[in-house]
Design a protein. Structure first.
Length: 328
């Protein structure tokens, strides 16, 4: 099975470059032990306003080099991502989700086809301060919607705010997908109808109409980028599923540990290093004053991800209008 790409190590370092000096180069990859997890960027000075964080994932296979970039994920309770999956053609979508909260996250996946009809549904629990990364075909393992080709829209909802990133895979190649925006269209729609209505603005996201869920055996496969054994619950395709989308919503990253997280913090839901992968993290400061941040790395179980330089990089100063680049 294809790799979903995930785990970056930080070999380092940084430069306060102006935007005009930034150039796109092939980032280095590591042949060492594969490590995956997530990262939290925490402001140490300033409010974090004007900071933007992105990362480039890279993979080297013989003489072929693949890379794509994603931005830090805001915390969301409801989002959607386009799906184009065909196991026979090595097409799949990789999803990584981080639960930074002190309580478990109950996450629901609802997959709709091109006509808006529900074709598959599943739920899972992500423990506090932990991360999962799975292919869509793994999330819906055993569902009759697969293994035939499927194009549609995957809605991801959670009872607590989570961070999400998605990659589209075509064989060994991969590309970032637009995802991780809080749905806030104030719409209600029902399976079988392509039209949207606009009722009074609700205050919370609510889900109705799902039938009782029946469990399927836990996944036991692993590509090295995924943690096996997560228990999913699958539901058959149903009609009449509807949801109400909340108005605007923004969520602060909770404090994961002393000095980690809090107001202004940002989350990179997936990092990877080793095994032919590499990552480059870029932090840009568009504010008129310099800011200082720290980056903390965690493995999927929420423990510190110990890299050659440690699990934390502290006192990273980004000049006003400047950029810092860190290579893992």
């Amino acid at each position: 099975m294809k790799l979903f790409l995930y785990s970056f190590a930080l070999a380092v370092i940084a430069a306060g470059l102006s935007y005009g000096q930034a150039t796109l180069t092939q980032i280095p990859v590591s042949a060492g032990t594969l490590q995956t997890g997530f990262a939290v960027i925490t402001p140490l000075s300033g409010t974090g306003g004007g900071l933007t964080v992105s990362e480039v994932f890279a993979e080297q296979i013989d003489r072929s080099f693949f890379q794509t970039s994603v931005v830090a994920s805001p915390l969301i309770t409801l989002t959607g991502v386009a799906v184009n999956a065909n196991p026979a053609a090595a097409l799949d979508i990789g999803i990584a989700i981080v639960n930074p909260n002190a309580s478990p996250a109950a996450v629901t996946f609802n997959l709709r086809d091109q006509q808006g009809l529900t074709t598959a549904a599943a739920t899972m629990t992500i423990d506090a301060r932990q991360q999962i990364s799975r292919f869509v075909t793994e999330i819906f393992f055993g569902n009759p919607a697969f293994p035939q080709p499927l194009t549609g829209l995957l809605f991801i909802s959670s009872d607590v705010p989570v961070a999400v990133v998605a990659l589209a895979f075509n064989g060994p190649g991969f590309a970032a997908l637009p995802v991780a925006s809080q749905l806030s269209a104030n719409n209600v729609f029902t399976v079988g109808s392509p039209f949207f209505s606009t009722p009074a603005i609700p205050t919370t996201a609510t889900f109705t109409g799902l039938p009782p869920l029946s469990p399927i055996p836990p996944l036991t496969t692993s590509t090295g980028l995924f943690t096996a054994g997560t228990q999913f619950s699958a539901a058959p395709a149903v009609g009449g599923f509807s949801f109400v989308v909340s108005s605007s919503a923004t969520f602060a990253v909770p404090q994961l540990a002393f000095g980690v997280g809090g107001t202004g913090a940002l989350v990179l839901p997936q990092i990877v290093t080793g095994g032919g992968f590499g990552t480059q993290i870029t932090i840009a400061n568009t504010s008129p004053f310099s800011q200082t941040v720290r980056i903390d790395f965690f493995n999927p179980l929420g423990s510190p991800l110990v890299l050659p330089f440690g699990a934390t990089v502290s006192d990273i100063v980004i000049a006003a209008g400047g950029v810092v680049t860190i290579v893992l």
